[in-house]
Write a protein that binds this ligand. Structure first.
Ligand code: SF4
Length: 343
């Protein structure tokens, strides 16, 4: 009978996904693909990966770019902090003569590279025997061993880490890690695993007990922070007014419509009502969900002749060079018909 490791590798050899970063993998291309895939699914992330590699084909070109152009290429992926860290790390690598760090430990010293990404690069590009444990690996292992401890807790994490260390192939660590990624993405899926096609089906406890939908055990996260914002959408001559955010984490160096933030929902609702009573043209209340924040917002449309301090005009039809967060894209796309009537 095949071991888990042999079963997984044999399955991978016959079923691995054809992905652009697997064509001619380099540490750089693996790095970029892994960071993009932390944000989105493979099918959605692939065009972003291709565009990123076309614009910045190597570490040097990324290091030499200005931050605005990096953020502009990242636009649509969200979570811009990751793009900033990529840029920062590229500058550090370039300043050391472009030699890409080639061990797990040296990769971990770069900004934005955590244990999973470091292990993925070290194993795939440099053959280091280190397991890359992402959500896929946690899910597969917790199902195979029917782990009932919450996945966020230390006990489960430690257990899964040591199983992954035992399982990983010493001769093909990169393939082994990619096999777990592919198996988790295509067979041992979060909702409907296809156990009948799984190479681990005969040794998997969750398959035997038919409780795979209860594994891994998750405990709901703490409530997200709620924020309440009213945007001012200034329109003039096919142009839209933006302010560049210089502080904070989520929107730093991105362009937003000028906005006012309210302390609580009551003040926010009262202010929207006051604006409406005064005849302001408001769009609808909406919700934008980020990993740790729920942003409740409304938007006031203003056909502007005035230009608030710090605001810059941007041509609505040429926004590619203006890095805007997803919440702004959402407003512009959702309300395109209304905006085009006013502008
Ligand atoms: S048998 Fe089913 S639950 Fe078990 S690892 Fe395979 S797909 Fe996942």
């Amino acid at each position: 009978m095949l071991s888990f490791q042999e079963s997984i590798l044999r399955w991978y050899d016959e079923n691995k996904r054809i992905l652009p970063w697997r064509d001619a993998p380099s540490p750089y291309s693996i790095w970029i693909s892994e960071v993009i895939l932390q944000q989105t699914r493979v099918d959605q992330g692939t065009p972003y990966y291709l565009r990123f590699l076309k614009t910045f084909p190597n570490v040097n070109s990324l290091a030499e770019a200005d931050e605005n152009s990096v953020l502009a290429v990242w636009q649509g992926l969200g979570y811009y902090a990751r793009a900033r860290k990529l840029h920062e790390a590229a500058k550090i690598i370039a300043s050391g003569g472009n030699a890409f760090p080639n061990t797990y430990d040296s990769l971990m010293s770069l900004p934005g590279i955590g244990p999973y990404t470091a292990a993925a690069i070290a194993s795939i590009a440099f053959g280091e025997v280190v397991p890359a444990i992402d959500g896929n690996a946690y899910r597969i292992i917790s199902r195979v061993f029917n782990i009932a401890d919450p996945i966020t807790g230390n006990a489960a994490r430690k257990g899964i880490n040591s199983i992954a260390k035992e399982w990983i192939s010493k001769s093909r660590p990169g393939d082994f890690n990619q096999a777990l990624m592919d198996l988790g993405a295509t067979i041992c899926k979060p909702r409907n695993p296809i156990c009948s096609s799984c190479p681990l089906q005969y040794g998997c406890e969750a398959n035997f007990l038919k409780n795979f939908h209860e594994r891994p055990v998750k405990i709901s996260k703490k409530n997200s922070k709620h924020r309440f914002l009213i945007f001012d959408l200034h329109l003039s001559n096919k142009k839209v007014g933006f302010v560049k955010i210089s502080q904070g984490n989520i929107w730093r160096n991105l362009f937003l419509f000028p906005f006012t933030e309210y302390e609580n929902e009551e003040l926010f609702v009262r202010e929207v009502e006051r604006m409406q009573e005064q005849g302001a043209l408001m769009l609808c209340r909406d919700l934008h969900v980020l990993s740790h924040q729920k942003i409740h917002f409304n938007t006031r449309m203003l056909k502007s002749t005035i230009k608030p301090k710090g605001m810059v005009w941007r041509d609505l039809n040429r926004l590619e060079q203006t890095p805007v967060p997803a919440i702004i894209t959402k407003i512009l796309t959702h309300w395109e018909y209304k905006i085009s009537r006013l502008i």
